[in-house]
Design a protein around this ligand. Structure first.
Ligand SMILES: NC(=O)c1ccc[n+]([C@@H]2O[C@H](COP(=O)([O-])OP(=O)(O)OC[C@H]3O[C@@H](n4cnc5c(N)ncnc54)[C@H](OP(=O)(O)O)[C@@H]3O)[C@@H](O)[C@H]2O)c1
Length: 247
């Protein structure tokens, strides 16, 4: 009998990462990756207490060694299992400042996570997704989703590091969708077009009314919707914004 497939979320925090983990945990064991254990310990406990299965692993997606070690732990925890879905949700700190003041470190840090991290994560997880694509008992096609931002389609002034690294992440998603779609892996990029309403982040755009902030549970619902699409109707790009967003 095939081992139960797992789902891995790279970049778990209280917002999108946690919502996606909770949604996919209704159907699969989930692996939560973040650098800080504080980002996943309570969440894993919550999912396990509610009858799901979650494990958290401290990992930095921008480090090849760290990701290799995380995937070794995953293989140990779920021997022989495939991956039903993988979500790349990590991003470096947002830098908005005049271009001439952007430091090399700030620029590189955006690329380290959104471009190199997305590349490393994809290389590690795709073999598990490809195995799932060949499993005739799989309920849905394996899914690899990249959380993106407006900056992946629209480069605005003063956000050069964020925009260029997001364009790169989107380009990676498109390239992988074309390479691995024919092999049965559904790759999608999500444009999260607006601020996310992150629980517990009262400081975060606190003056914005709720209707101007995107509900992360709804993002998770949309990701689940992508996951359950059949091979005869893959959506490879999706825009998510509030009804009042100017775009
Ligand atoms: N927040 C917004 O308003 C907004 C708007 C549009 C798009 N987005 C996109 O949404 C995604 C993030 O979702 P979210 O904002 O709701 O955040 P979230 O899911 O609450 O948290 C993301 C998590 O990523 C982890 N992370 C960052 N760098 C990492 C690394 N190098 N390795 C492993 N994990 C890492 C962080 O934990 P550690 O620091 O402990 O690693 C953080 O907790 C990003 O792609 C972002 O560009 C966000």
């Amino acid at each position: 009998m095939t081992a139960q497939p797992f789902v891995v979320v790279a970049g778990v925090g209280p917002g999108t990462g946690a919502s996606v983990a909770r949604r996919f945990a209704k159907a699969y064991p989930v692996v939560l990756l973040a650098r800080g254990t504080d980002k996943f310990e309570k969440l894993a406990q919550e999912i396990n207490d509610q009858g799901g299965k979650a494990i958290g692993i401290s990992a930095d997606v921008s480090s090849a060694e760290s990701l290799a070690s995380a995937f070794q732990q995953i293989e140990k925890e779920f021997p022989g299992a495939n991956a039903a879905a993988a979500v790349f949700n990590a991003a470096a700190g947002f830098v908005r400042k005049p271009f001439l003041e952007v430091t090399e470190k700030e620029f590189a840090s955006a690329w380290e996570v959104s471009q190199k991290g997305a590349f490393l994560f994809s290389q590690h997880v795709l073999p598990f997704l490809l195995k799932h694509a060949k499993d005739s008992s799989a309920s849905h096609p394996p899914t690899l989703i990249f959380t993106g931002a407006t900056a992946g389609v629209k480069a605005n002034a003063r956000v050069a590091a964020f925009a260029t690294s997001n364009f790169a992440k989107r380009a990676l998603a498109i390239s992988l969708a074309k390479e691995f779609g024919p092999e049965g892996v559904h790759v999608a990029w999500a444009n999260i077009d607006g601020p996310i309403d992150i629980p517990g982040r009262d400081d975060y755009r606190k003056d914005l009314p709720a209707e101007q902030k995107i509900d992360p549970d709804e993002i998770a619902g949309a990701y689940w919707g992508l996951h359950v699409q059949s091979k005869r109707a893959f959506t490879n790009e999706i825009d998510i914004r509030t009804s009042v967003e100017k775009w």
